[in-house]
Design a protein around this ligand. Structure first.
Ligand code: NI
Length: 550
């Protein structure tokens, strides 16, 4: 008889996620339910506020994606009032966003996901001289690749283990048969885990140069940005460029080579399609270099049909709440039995705080994999060389990216590509300044703007498509709604039973040991879940969403 395995909470993500899988006698996943476990309700706080405050408040939706929501909200308000922002403001917003992509992707791989692939205890058996050699298989100039560096790292790790103080590495499933890297490969990746901590520190600086600070940047306003002094300060611009160049070193010499290592070492998983979802991909594109070129293309792919890319059409987006804890769009929690114990998800039950967005009636995957596939297939010549080179070096095909490991590879490819082209954005800014275009904010008189209006914004952010919707009445926010990337990927089923990307990607995954479900963690982590972002409520009629007594 098969059994049910519940993992709650899934750790090393932002927010609270529960995963339930039903496995057959051989440990193969037959059905999956993913459940957002935290009610949010920032929309309630936004009601009746001045629309100009929407950005500052919406930025608090998440502790990681602060800049994304800040910008999403500000641009939704700008869309409502038809405010066009100056070119410089757009570039500065893009420079902040692009630095955030780089930070998010590197932090995700090394600090949130790596230990699903790397066995810390096995790394202790590595031979330093063999490790330096291994590193040269994936890069001509591997990052900090010296004998002494690996020896010092081994000594440090050995001390931790002997003292029984593994710190962040305690409670791992060390020794699990699912760990397949050699001791040298484990040590090499672990070395970069530590280097990435330093990376995390200085790349934050790049975001803060124009954002004022990070997280929760301060420089975005309805109409543009306030970073005028930063823009005109050559030192600040040079600091930004210097930091990105430093980041690029790590990405070219550690992150991308590590991803090649992983793709080669886990080739069997990739070819078996482990972690593949249903092949429906969505991207809204964005980040223009000039009139003809942009970082990401928009488009839609259904069921891995790579020969047919459809145009994105926002009117095809709908939202269901049949299987989510809402009734008539009010919170309606049903997950407790009469005795107070927690129910497990069943076929007809509601089981998540995450709503169910659909595109043209379909569940969709959004994020780096969707962006890379759509941009590549739409002949975005900027990204094409990056994808071709990566696939060539790892002897993989495009379809192979649609897997757990491939999803990570797409994220790394995208990071390398952004790093290279971010300098184009900087030179555009420098060009504008040179020709005395110094505007950073549109001029408008708030009191003469329309009293009643609606707006929305669509942005590609590190985890995928982010959309904000705003409804303004008497110059106050009447209704607010957000669909975040994780809302798409972690969607519950609807009444038709169609699975979302997380759930579909888990089907067919084989667990070696149901008490150590490492295989499930790996699939889920590959999407880079952000559950704090994912949960949102909507009330199209403008009713009270809920009342609180204190
Ligand atoms: Ni988030």
């Amino acid at each position: 008889m098969g059994k049910k395995i519940v993992i709650d909470p899934i750790t090393r993500i932002e927010g609270h996620l529960r995963v339930e899988v039903e496995v057959d006698d051989n440990g193969v996943v037959e059905e999956a339910y993913v459940s957002g476990q935290l009610f949010r309700g920032i929309e309630i706080i936004l009601k009746d506020r001045d629309p100009r405050d929407a950005g500052l408040l919406a930025g608090r939706i998440c502790g990681v994606c602060t800049n994304s929501h800040f910008r999403g909200a500000v641009e939704a308000v700008e869309s409502a009032y038809s405010i066009e922002i100056p070119k410089n403001a757009e570039i500065i917003r893009d420079l902040i966003a692009m630095a955030l992509f780089i930070q998010d992707h590197v932090v995700h791989f090394y600090h949130l996901h790596l230990l699903d692939f790397v066995d810390v205890i096995s790394a202790l058996k590595a031979v330093p001289s063999k490790t330096t050699k291994e590193a040269h298989r994936y890069s001509d100039k591997p990052f900090r690749n010296s004998h002494t560096h690996y020896e010092e790292l081994l000594e440090k790790l050995g001390k931790f283990v002997k003292a029984g103080r593994l710190g962040p590495f305690s409670n791992g499933y060390w020794g699990h048969s699912e760990y397949k890297l050699t001791p040298e490969q484990n040590l090499l990746l672990l070395s970069h885990y530590f280097e990435a901590l330093e990376f995390q520190r200085y790349i934050s600086k790049a975001i803060a140069i124009f954002g004022g600070k990070t997280p929760h940047p301060q420089s975005l306003v309805v109409g543009g940005v306030t970073s005028v002094a930063d823009m005109l300060n050559v030192g600040r611009l040079n600091d930004y460029i210097f930091t990105i160049k430093r980041a690029k070193e790590f990405i070219d010499r550690a992150y991308l080579p590590d991803m090649k290592l992983l793709c080669i070492a886990r080739r069997d998983d990739i070819k078996a399609g482990i972690g593949r979802a249903n092949g429906n991909f969505l991207s809204v594109g964005g980040y223009d270099f000039d009139k003809t070129q942009r970082v990401f293309c928009s488009g839609v792919i259904y069921r891995h049909q790579f020969d047919k890319i459809y145009e994105f059409d926002e009117t095809k987006i709908t939202e269901e709440v049949d299987r989510a804890w809402y009734k008539e769009n009010r919170p309606f929690y049903t997950d407790l039995n009469i005795d107070g114990t927690l129910k497990t998800a069943k076929n007809s039950d509601k089981y998540s705080w995450v709503k169910a967005p659909r595109y043209n009636g379909n569940t969709m995957e959004t994020g780096p994999l969707a962006r890379v596939l759509i941009s590549y297939l739409k002949e975005n010549r900027l990204i094409k060389t990056f994808v071709d080179e990566f696939l060539n070096d790892t002897n993989l095909e495009l379809i192979d990216l649609s897997t757990t490991v491939g999803r990570n590879a797409s994220r790394a490819i995208e990071t390398g590509y952004i790093c290279e082209y971010i300098f184009k954005l900087v030179s555009r800014l420098a060009q504008n300044i040179k020709y005395y275009d110094l505007d950073t904010c549109a001029k408008y008189n708030f009191n003469s703007l329309p009293k009643e209006t609606k707006g929305r914004s669509f942005l590609e952010v590190p985890r995928g498509i982010l959309s904000h919707f705003i409804n303004i009445e008497n110059q106050k926010i009447k209704n607010y709604s957000v669909i975040a990337p994780t809302t798409w990927n972690a969607t519950p089923k609807d009444l038709s039973g169609a699975r979302g990307a997380y759930e579909e990607a888990l089907i067919g995954v084989k667990l070696e040991d149901s008490s150590k479900p490492l295989e499930v963690l790996k699939v889920i982590h590959s999407f880079d879940p952000c559950l704090a972002c994912a949960v949102h409520i909507i009330d199209t009629k403008g009713n009270d969403l809920s009342k609180y007594k204190i």
